[in-house]
Design a protein around this ligand. Structure first.
Ligand SMILES: Cc1cc2nc3c(=O)[nH]c(=O)nc-3n(C[C@H](O)[C@H](O)[C@H](O)COP(=O)(O)O)c2cc1C
Length: 352
């Protein structure tokens, strides 16, 4: 875990990656603040930080207080984050998260549409500051001619990430958000070139990766998937087929890495599937311990290992793993609250 590794253009000093985590602390205009810079600076001894999910456009926002990467002020905010992480010798990529139908209009600042591949409501509730949990909204199906505008939003956000000095981007294609809504058979009823056959259902993701890669270099673009996941009312009839083809086609692009949330489902063991179809660097995630992560890297199951929850209360996770210092537990009540409490006030084990 402490050996360097190269993921495309990203030269990591160790193989411990900070997994993307939404923390709902964006300021006015969905701008990352000085607090974000401090939070990520504290965790910058990771070989690579993947930021919280960031909306590439106002329509991409689903939750409250998530940051964006489309306005000049947001880009400036991320510039402070990148500078803080680089100042500690770390690397940071922006996770681009378009929530699609997993959204409430209440959480959007400008009243922009809730859009999705098809007009099928996600069964479930989403938290809002104004009214607490509310039912997710019936989305409007994107017109065929609009899809390329959404792809363009991702392309521009990738360019903004680089303009902000960030090292790359990660396409969030998991957790039931827009890319996964295109991929999955229960959320994509389209009859145009973006729906129906598996070739058509993967098209949106492929076009988005293509657009971002052409803009900033494929070796600075990663993708996160969890084939088989049913979160946010996803139910793909054949995830092995869907992701088998997606991973084959994406392998040919020469991306920096694939970030796999490893899980086994009745329809698919997604690690076995990934090993069969993905050719490229692999970051492995999900419920890893220092021990299981080290084992995964040692036996070549993965090139790097990502930790989510452990990074919340252990900003110096790399030091603690190396020194075998006990890991602290995080304050569940303050994960999505505002301000520094439960965010930047976790102390390193060795303050020096
Ligand atoms: C508070 C919190 C927020 C999360 N937000 C995101 C997110 O924005 N994007 C994403 O891809 N995954 C998100 N995840 C999932 C984590 O990246 C990770 O996959 C998950 O926590 C499992 O890893 P772990 O067992 O090391 O925590 C989030 C998880 C937590 C706990």
């Amino acid at each position: 875990m402490f050996d360097p590794v190269t993921l495309g253009a990203l030269a990591l000093r160790n193989r411990i990656v900070m997994s993307p985590m939404t923390r709902s602390r964006a300021g006015a205009g969905d701008v990352p603040t000085q607090l974000h810079a401090e939070y990520y600076r504290q965790r910058a001894t990771a070989g690579l930080i993947v930021t919280e999910g960031i909306q590439p456009s106002p329509a991409g926002k689903g939750y409250c207080r998530t940051p964006g990467l489309y306005s000049a002020a947001q880009t400036e905010g991320w510039r402070r984050v990148a500078a803080a992480v680089h100042g500690e010798g770390g690397l940071v990529v922006a996770q681009l998260m378009h929530c699609g139908r997993v959204a409430s209009r209440v959480n959007k600042n400008d009243g922009s549409d809730v859009v999705a591949p098809s007009a099928i409501r996600a069964d479930g509730k989403i938290f809002t500051d104004v009214s607490g949990p509310v039912a997710m909204e019936m989305p409007r199906a994107l017109h065929t001619h609009e899809v390329r505008f959404v792809v363009e939003e991702y392309r521009q956000a990738a360019l903004n990430a680089r303009a902000a000095g960030m090292d790359g981007v990660e396409l969030h294609a998991s957790s039931g958000y827009l890319p996964m809504q295109f991929l999955s058979s229960n959320t994509n009823m389209r009859t145009d070139r973006y729906g129906g056959s598996v070739e058509n259902r993967i098209r949106f993701v492929m076009e988005t990766l293509q657009a971002m890669g052409e803009a900033i270099g494929f070796d600075r673009v990663g993708m996160r998937v969890c084939p088989g996941l049913d979160y946010n009312d996803i139910d793909d009839a054949n995830p092995a087929e869907t992701y088998g083809l997606l991973l084959q086609e994406a392998s040919a692009l020469g991306l920096a890495y694939l970030h796999l949330v490893r899980r086994s489902f009745p329809l698919v063991d997604n690690f076995t599937l990934t090993k069969a179809h993905w050719r490229g660097r692999l970051i492995l995630n999900n419920e890893l311990t220092p021990k299981s992560a080290a084992a995964a890297i040692a036996d070549s199951s993965a090139d790097a290992a990502s930790f989510g929850r452990h990074f919340i209360a252990n900003p110096d996770l790399v030091y603690r793993i190396r020194q075998e210092v006990a890991l602290s537990d995080y304050d569940r009540a303050r994960v999505y609250t505002q301000g520094p409490q439960g965010y930047t006030d976790y102390k390193p084990a060795n303050p020096a």
